[in-house]
Ligand binder design. Structure first.
Ligand SMILES: [Zn+2]
Length: 64
């Protein structure tokens, strides 16, 4: 059976050179926040990154 995944866009850090904000897609699978595309996740894939935590604070019905 396929999981149902969907994505939220979370604001990342501002690029110091261009002044542009970056955004990251945070993945939610079956009401669980389970991944984010930011670079921190590739180093520490077992630790929720700040975008995942921030999303969970906004959407408290989701687990992490
Ligand atoms: Zn992230």
């Amino acid at each position: 059976m396929a999981n149902s995944s969907w994505y939220y866009r979370e604001m990342g850090s501002r690029n110091k050179k261009t002044g542009k904000l970056s955004y990251y897609q945070v993945r939610v699978t079956d009401y669980k926040i389970d991944d984010c595309e930011c670079p921190a996740r590739s180093f520490r894939s077992y630790t929720p990154c700040k975008h995942m935590k921030r999303l969970q604070q906004k959407l408290t019905h989701l687990s992490i």
